[in-house]
Ligand binder design. Structure first.
Ligand code: GLU
Length: 288
């Protein structure tokens, strides 16, 4: 018997949702509902310098006003610190302490192995994992065969200097803890997937299936992101926003109440209609 589909949306609370993050939320919600699966919400709040206190309530309000109901409580990465550290311990001798500063590594396209054999103390330093492996290939439900095997991964960080787990480590551990077996997320994370697949191999964790949906870029080609202050979603225009996002996902929905539009879209959902490719150009603002 195939296991029950468990999907999730995992925003970083660094700002309100914009068109691109709403598209990811809608795609993962539709895919979960079309598979009669559950859809969990996890707030990825470990990147403490980027977390903005007002972002989380704004994200929840946008999901609610667009009819994107989640199952169960809101989960938080910051509630899983023990699990993260347990996984880091499990990686054992693969990890080494690294004292390099960002500035020292600036301009390098890969970590040169500076601290690999220095035997630095773990306290007060970041921990990197000896990667030195080809990026694992995988089949993506939107992007098809993803083969980055010409890239040898460089030693990446699993624990930051401040003691928190790094993004790739935390996501692997948290998805496992939540039973997530289907990940639908933005194609800007494709490269991280290689690191996450390696971590799963080492931690003996079964990988989920992946679908990386294109990220929305401005006409200039710049990715919409919270970082560059992309226009926040205006919840008063929820049906219009939903129509815009659905159309980018290959579905021309008649304008109606959001619940009706979503119910229609679940019936019509076909991930093969989502444009392949890592970006969708041309939307600098929301349709009005
Ligand atoms: N928190 C990440 C972000 O907002 C997404 C994590 C994931 O989907 O794996 O970009």
């Amino acid at each position: 018997m195939t296991p029950q589909y468990v999907g999730r949306f995992a925003p970083t609370p660094s700002g309100p949702l914009h068109l691109g993050s709403l598209l990811t939320a809608v795609a993962s919600w539709l895919d979960a509902r079309a598979h009669h699966g559950s859809w969990l919400l996890r707030i990825d709040d470990l990147d403490t310098p980027r977390v903005e206190p007002e972002a989380e309530p704004a994200i929840l309000a946008t999901l609610e006003s667009h009819g994107l109901a989640w199952d169960g409580p809101v989960h938080r990465q910051s509630h899983q610190l023990q699990r993260h550290h347990g996984a880091i311990r499990q990686l054992g001798e693969r990890c080494f302490a690294c004292g390099c500063t960002r500035r020292e590594l600036r301009g390098l396209d890969r970590y040169p192995g500076t601290c690999r054999d220095r035997g630095l103390p773990r306290d007060g330093n970041a921990l990197r994992v000896r990667a030195e492996a080809a990026a694992p290939a995988f089949v993506d439900r939107v992007q098809g065969d993803v083969n980055m095997s010409n890239r040898t991964l460089s030693d990446f960080i699993v624990q930051r200097r401040d003691g928190y787990a790094s993004y790739p480590l935390a996501v692997v551990v948290d998805d496992l803890a939540l039973g997530v077996n289907n990940v639908v997320r933005g194609a800007d994370l494709l490269e991280n997937t290689a690191e996450q697949l390696l971590l799963m191999r080492w931690l003996d964790v079964p990988p989920p299936t992946y679908a990386h949906v294109p990220v929305v870029v401005e006409a200039s080609g710049v990715k919409l992101s919270k970082h560059n202050r992309a226009t926040a979603i205006d919840n008063r225009w929820a049906p219009h926003n939903l129509a815009t996002v659905l159309s980018l996902l290959g579905l021309e929905a008649p304008l109606d109440q959001v619940e009706t539009m979503l119910a229609w879209a679940v019936g019509e959902w076909n991930i093969a209609r989502v444009p392949r490719g890592t970006s969708l150009a041309g939307f600098s603002a929301l349709a009005r």
